[in-house]
Design a protein around this ligand. Structure first.
Ligand code: NCD
Length: 301
Protein backbone atom coordinates (compact mmCIF):
# COMPACT_ATOMS: atom_id res chain seq x y z
CA UNK A 1 0.00 0.00 0.00
CA UNK A 2 1.29 3.46 -0.87
CA UNK A 3 2.27 5.42 2.28
CA UNK A 4 0.51 8.54 1.00
CA UNK A 5 -2.85 6.78 0.86
CA UNK A 6 -5.59 8.08 3.14
CA UNK A 7 -7.83 5.28 4.34
CA UNK A 8 -8.94 6.36 7.81
CA UNK A 9 -8.25 9.19 10.24
CA UNK A 10 -6.64 6.63 12.56
CA UNK A 11 -3.78 6.45 10.06
CA UNK A 12 -3.03 10.14 10.54
CA UNK A 13 -0.98 11.50 13.44
CA UNK A 14 -2.14 14.71 15.12
CA UNK A 15 0.68 16.43 13.26
CA UNK A 16 -0.48 15.06 9.90
CA UNK A 17 -3.96 16.43 10.59
CA UNK A 18 -2.55 19.82 11.60
CA UNK A 19 -0.57 19.97 8.35
CA UNK A 20 -3.55 18.99 6.19
CA UNK A 21 -5.75 21.62 7.85
CA UNK A 22 -3.04 24.22 7.49
CA UNK A 23 -2.64 23.44 3.77
CA UNK A 24 -6.42 23.55 3.33
CA UNK A 25 -6.52 27.01 4.93
CA UNK A 26 -3.59 28.21 2.83
CA UNK A 27 -5.30 26.98 -0.33
CA UNK A 28 -8.08 29.38 0.62
CA UNK A 29 -5.87 32.43 1.15
CA UNK A 30 -2.48 32.53 -0.48
CA UNK A 31 -2.21 29.39 -2.60
CA UNK A 32 -5.55 29.34 -4.40
CA UNK A 33 -3.88 28.96 -7.81
CA UNK A 34 -1.30 26.41 -6.70
CA UNK A 35 -1.10 23.37 -8.99
CA UNK A 36 0.75 20.08 -8.80
CA UNK A 37 4.14 20.63 -10.44
CA UNK A 38 4.18 17.09 -11.87
CA UNK A 39 2.47 16.42 -15.15
CA UNK A 40 1.79 12.81 -14.13
CA UNK A 41 -1.34 13.45 -12.12
CA UNK A 42 -3.91 11.18 -13.65
CA UNK A 43 -6.63 10.51 -11.08
CA UNK A 44 -9.49 8.01 -11.29
CA UNK A 45 -12.65 8.47 -9.23
CA UNK A 46 -14.66 5.34 -8.48
CA UNK A 47 -17.93 5.79 -6.64
CA UNK A 48 -19.76 2.52 -5.99
CA UNK A 49 -22.29 4.45 -3.87
CA UNK A 50 -24.28 7.57 -4.64
CA UNK A 51 -22.50 10.82 -3.88
CA UNK A 52 -22.85 14.47 -4.78
CA UNK A 53 -20.65 16.47 -2.40
CA UNK A 54 -17.78 14.05 -1.92
CA UNK A 55 -17.60 13.03 -5.57
CA UNK A 56 -17.80 16.47 -7.11
CA UNK A 57 -15.70 18.23 -4.52
CA UNK A 58 -12.96 15.65 -5.09
CA UNK A 59 -13.32 16.33 -8.79
CA UNK A 60 -13.28 20.10 -8.28
CA UNK A 61 -10.14 19.76 -6.12
CA UNK A 62 -8.45 17.52 -8.71
CA UNK A 63 -9.20 19.90 -11.58
CA UNK A 64 -8.11 22.96 -9.58
CA UNK A 65 -4.79 21.22 -8.89
CA UNK A 66 -4.30 20.57 -12.60
CA UNK A 67 -4.93 16.80 -12.46
CA UNK A 68 -6.41 14.93 -15.39
CA UNK A 69 -9.52 13.21 -14.14
CA UNK A 70 -11.32 10.03 -15.15
CA UNK A 71 -14.70 9.46 -13.64
CA UNK A 72 -15.13 5.73 -13.86
CA UNK A 73 -18.72 4.73 -14.40
CA UNK A 74 -18.78 1.85 -11.95
CA UNK A 75 -22.00 0.40 -13.38
CA UNK A 76 -20.21 0.08 -16.74
CA UNK A 77 -16.95 -1.33 -15.36
CA UNK A 78 -16.02 -5.00 -15.33
CA UNK A 79 -17.02 -5.21 -11.65
CA UNK A 80 -20.45 -5.97 -13.09
CA UNK A 81 -18.87 -9.01 -14.84
CA UNK A 82 -17.63 -10.36 -11.53
CA UNK A 83 -14.18 -8.78 -11.46
CA UNK A 84 -12.78 -8.15 -7.97
CA UNK A 85 -12.22 -4.63 -6.71
CA UNK A 86 -8.52 -5.49 -6.49
CA UNK A 87 -8.35 -6.42 -10.18
CA UNK A 88 -10.22 -3.26 -11.18
CA UNK A 89 -7.82 -1.00 -9.27
CA UNK A 90 -4.77 -3.00 -10.40
CA UNK A 91 -5.97 -2.45 -13.97
CA UNK A 92 -6.26 1.31 -13.45
CA UNK A 93 -2.72 1.28 -12.06
CA UNK A 94 -1.49 -0.77 -15.05
CA UNK A 95 -3.03 1.59 -17.60
CA UNK A 96 -1.37 4.63 -16.09
CA UNK A 97 -3.49 6.18 -13.35
CA UNK A 98 -1.41 7.76 -10.59
CA UNK A 99 -4.00 7.88 -7.79
CA UNK A 100 -7.49 6.61 -7.16
CA UNK A 101 -10.41 7.89 -5.10
CA UNK A 102 -12.82 5.17 -3.98
CA UNK A 103 -16.20 5.08 -2.26
CA UNK A 104 -17.54 1.62 -1.59
CA UNK A 105 -20.39 0.15 0.50
CA UNK A 106 -18.17 -2.51 2.09
CA UNK A 107 -16.50 -1.68 5.45
CA UNK A 108 -12.72 -1.55 5.03
CA UNK A 109 -12.87 -2.54 1.33
CA UNK A 110 -9.29 -1.25 1.15
CA UNK A 111 -7.97 -4.23 3.13
CA UNK A 112 -8.12 -6.22 -0.11
CA UNK A 113 -6.08 -3.55 -1.88
CA UNK A 114 -2.77 -4.11 -0.05
CA UNK A 115 -1.03 -4.97 -3.31
CA UNK A 116 -1.86 -1.65 -4.99
CA UNK A 117 1.06 0.75 -5.32
CA UNK A 118 -0.64 4.02 -6.28
CA UNK A 119 -2.18 6.13 -3.46
CA UNK A 120 -5.77 5.33 -2.55
CA UNK A 121 -7.99 8.06 -1.12
CA UNK A 122 -10.95 6.67 0.75
CA UNK A 123 -14.14 8.61 -0.01
CA UNK A 124 -16.17 6.47 2.43
CA UNK A 125 -16.31 2.75 3.24
CA UNK A 126 -19.65 1.33 4.41
CA UNK A 127 -20.20 2.41 7.99
CA UNK A 128 -16.47 2.44 8.66
CA UNK A 129 -14.55 5.59 7.76
CA UNK A 130 -14.91 8.88 5.96
CA UNK A 131 -11.57 10.61 6.51
CA UNK A 132 -12.01 13.59 4.18
CA UNK A 133 -15.45 14.37 5.61
CA UNK A 134 -13.91 14.29 9.07
CA UNK A 135 -11.08 16.62 8.00
CA UNK A 136 -13.51 19.12 6.49
CA UNK A 137 -15.56 18.99 9.67
CA UNK A 138 -12.43 19.66 11.72
CA UNK A 139 -11.51 22.58 9.46
CA UNK A 140 -15.00 24.05 9.87
CA UNK A 141 -14.81 23.78 13.68
CA UNK A 142 -11.30 25.20 13.76
CA UNK A 143 -12.35 28.21 11.68
CA UNK A 144 -15.24 28.78 14.04
CA UNK A 145 -13.63 28.28 17.43
CA UNK A 146 -9.92 28.76 16.67
CA UNK A 147 -9.16 25.41 18.29
CA UNK A 148 -10.16 21.75 18.26
CA UNK A 149 -9.48 21.37 21.98
CA UNK A 150 -12.15 21.51 24.65
CA UNK A 151 -15.11 21.62 22.27
CA UNK A 152 -18.38 20.02 23.26
CA UNK A 153 -19.68 18.20 20.17
CA UNK A 154 -23.08 16.56 20.04
CA UNK A 155 -23.74 14.15 17.15
CA UNK A 156 -27.39 13.22 16.67
CA UNK A 157 -29.29 10.62 14.70
CA UNK A 158 -28.35 7.38 13.01
CA UNK A 159 -25.07 6.84 14.86
CA UNK A 160 -24.86 3.12 14.24
CA UNK A 161 -24.62 3.36 10.46
CA UNK A 162 -22.58 6.54 10.26
CA UNK A 163 -18.97 6.57 9.10
CA UNK A 164 -19.06 10.33 9.73
CA UNK A 165 -19.83 9.81 13.43
CA UNK A 166 -17.10 7.18 13.69
CA UNK A 167 -14.39 9.26 12.04
CA UNK A 168 -15.25 12.42 13.96
CA UNK A 169 -15.26 10.63 17.31
CA UNK A 170 -11.74 9.32 16.74
CA UNK A 171 -10.24 12.62 15.59
CA UNK A 172 -12.00 15.02 17.94
CA UNK A 173 -11.17 12.94 21.01
CA UNK A 174 -7.55 12.89 19.93
CA UNK A 175 -7.58 16.70 19.90
CA UNK A 176 -9.12 16.85 23.38
CA UNK A 177 -12.75 17.58 22.57
CA UNK A 178 -15.75 15.80 24.05
CA UNK A 179 -18.00 13.95 21.63
CA UNK A 180 -21.38 12.69 22.77
CA UNK A 181 -24.18 11.08 20.86
CA UNK A 182 -27.96 11.00 20.88
CA UNK A 183 -30.76 9.50 18.83
CA UNK A 184 -33.02 6.44 18.80
CA UNK A 185 -31.88 3.65 21.14
CA UNK A 186 -31.72 1.18 18.26
CA UNK A 187 -28.98 3.23 16.62
CA UNK A 188 -26.65 3.56 19.59
CA UNK A 189 -23.14 2.24 19.04
CA UNK A 190 -21.05 0.34 21.56
CA UNK A 191 -18.42 2.48 23.23
CA UNK A 192 -20.15 5.73 22.25
CA UNK A 193 -21.42 7.90 25.14
CA UNK A 194 -25.13 8.44 24.69
CA UNK A 195 -26.96 11.41 26.21
CA UNK A 196 -30.43 12.92 26.19
CA UNK A 197 -30.69 15.41 23.30
CA UNK A 198 -32.67 18.02 25.21
CA UNK A 199 -30.40 17.89 28.25
CA UNK A 200 -27.15 18.02 26.29
CA UNK A 201 -28.20 20.61 23.69
CA UNK A 202 -27.69 23.83 25.70
CA UNK A 203 -24.03 22.96 26.43
CA UNK A 204 -23.06 21.93 22.90
CA UNK A 205 -20.70 24.05 20.81
CA UNK A 206 -21.42 21.94 17.75
CA UNK A 207 -24.69 20.18 16.98
CA UNK A 208 -24.06 17.75 14.16
CA UNK A 209 -27.17 16.17 12.66
CA UNK A 210 -27.04 12.95 10.63
CA UNK A 211 -29.22 11.50 7.90
CA UNK A 212 -30.95 8.17 8.44
CA UNK A 213 -28.92 5.68 6.40
CA UNK A 214 -31.83 3.74 4.89
CA UNK A 215 -29.49 2.25 2.27
CA UNK A 216 -27.67 0.52 5.16
CA UNK A 217 -30.85 -0.98 6.55
CA UNK A 218 -31.82 1.75 9.03
CA UNK A 219 -35.58 1.78 9.54
CA UNK A 220 -37.75 4.57 10.96
CA UNK A 221 -39.39 2.14 13.42
CA UNK A 222 -42.87 3.19 12.40
CA UNK A 223 -42.27 6.91 12.95
CA UNK A 224 -43.43 9.39 10.33
CA UNK A 225 -41.01 12.14 9.23
CA UNK A 226 -42.80 14.66 11.47
CA UNK A 227 -42.70 12.33 14.47
CA UNK A 228 -39.02 11.62 13.93
CA UNK A 229 -38.28 15.37 13.73
CA UNK A 230 -40.20 16.04 16.94
CA UNK A 231 -38.49 13.27 18.89
CA UNK A 232 -34.95 13.21 17.52
CA UNK A 233 -34.48 16.06 15.07
CA UNK A 234 -33.39 19.68 15.30
CA UNK A 235 -36.66 21.60 15.55
CA UNK A 236 -37.08 25.37 15.72
CA UNK A 237 -37.90 25.00 19.41
CA UNK A 238 -34.65 23.15 20.10
CA UNK A 239 -32.74 25.68 18.01
CA UNK A 240 -33.77 28.41 20.46
CA UNK A 241 -32.09 26.49 23.26
CA UNK A 242 -28.72 26.27 21.53
CA UNK A 243 -25.80 28.27 22.91
CA UNK A 244 -25.39 31.74 21.42
CA UNK A 245 -22.05 30.73 19.86
CA UNK A 246 -23.02 27.19 18.83
CA UNK A 247 -23.12 26.02 15.23
CA UNK A 248 -25.15 23.45 13.30
CA UNK A 249 -23.33 20.96 11.08
CA UNK A 250 -24.54 18.16 8.81
CA UNK A 251 -22.49 16.15 6.30
CA UNK A 252 -25.48 16.22 3.90
CA UNK A 253 -27.42 15.17 1.91
CA UNK A 254 -30.01 16.67 4.23
CA UNK A 255 -33.46 15.18 4.47
CA UNK A 256 -35.27 18.42 5.21
CA UNK A 257 -38.09 18.03 7.71
CA UNK A 258 -36.73 14.71 9.02
CA UNK A 259 -33.48 15.20 10.97
CA UNK A 260 -33.66 18.99 10.73
CA UNK A 261 -36.40 21.55 10.24
CA UNK A 262 -36.13 22.86 6.69
CA UNK A 263 -35.86 26.49 7.87
CA UNK A 264 -32.78 25.71 9.94
CA UNK A 265 -30.69 24.47 7.02
CA UNK A 266 -29.66 28.04 6.17
CA UNK A 267 -29.97 29.88 9.49
CA UNK A 268 -27.04 32.03 10.66
CA UNK A 269 -25.90 29.19 12.94
CA UNK A 270 -25.77 26.68 10.10
CA UNK A 271 -22.39 25.82 8.60
CA UNK A 272 -23.77 23.15 6.26
CA UNK A 273 -22.80 24.90 3.02
CA UNK A 274 -19.55 26.15 4.52
CA UNK A 275 -18.66 22.50 5.17
CA UNK A 276 -19.09 21.79 1.46
CA UNK A 277 -16.75 24.62 0.42
CA UNK A 278 -14.25 23.45 3.01
CA UNK A 279 -14.48 19.98 1.48
CA UNK A 280 -12.77 21.20 -1.68
CA UNK A 281 -9.92 22.82 0.29
CA UNK A 282 -9.33 19.73 2.40
CA UNK A 283 -9.40 17.44 -0.64
CA UNK A 284 -6.88 19.65 -2.41
CA UNK A 285 -4.60 19.25 0.62
CA UNK A 286 -5.11 15.49 0.72
CA UNK A 287 -4.42 15.06 -3.02
CA UNK A 288 -1.29 17.21 -2.76
CA UNK A 289 -0.13 14.95 0.08
CA UNK A 290 -1.00 11.84 -1.94
CA UNK A 291 1.39 12.99 -4.64
CA UNK A 292 4.16 13.28 -2.06
CA UNK A 293 4.35 17.04 -1.54
CA UNK A 294 5.21 18.29 1.95
CA UNK A 295 2.81 20.78 3.52
CA UNK A 296 3.41 24.45 2.69
CA UNK A 297 4.42 25.12 6.31
CA UNK A 298 6.86 22.18 6.49
CA UNK A 299 8.48 23.32 3.28
CA UNK A 300 9.02 26.82 4.64
CA UNK A 301 10.42 25.55 7.97
C1 NCD B 1 -22.16 11.30 4.22
C2 NCD B 1 -21.66 9.96 3.73
O1 NCD B 1 -21.74 9.64 2.55
O2 NCD B 1 -21.20 9.23 4.59
N1 NCD B 1 -22.26 12.29 3.23
C3 NCD B 1 -21.19 12.86 2.65
O3 NCD B 1 -20.18 12.25 2.36
N2 NCD B 1 -21.26 14.19 2.43
C4 NCD B 1 -23.37 11.17 5.04
C5 NCD B 1 -24.63 10.68 4.40
O4 NCD B 1 -24.65 10.19 3.29
O5 NCD B 1 -25.65 10.78 5.08
Amino acid sequence: MNKNSLLSVQDLSTNDIIHILSDASLFHVSYSDWQLPCSKALVANLFFEASTRTHYSFESAELQLGCKVADILTSASSVTKGETLYDTIKTLEAVGYNAVVIRHPRDEYYKELEGINIPILNAGDGKGNHPTQCLLDLLTMQQEFGTLKGLNVLICGDIDHSRVAASNKTALEEFGSTVRFCGPKEWEREGYETVDFDEALPQADVVMMLRIQKERGAAMHGLSDVEYLQQYGLTKERYKRMKETAIIMHPAPVNRGVEIDTELVETPKSRIFKQMSNGVLVRKAVIKRAFGYASFEEKKG
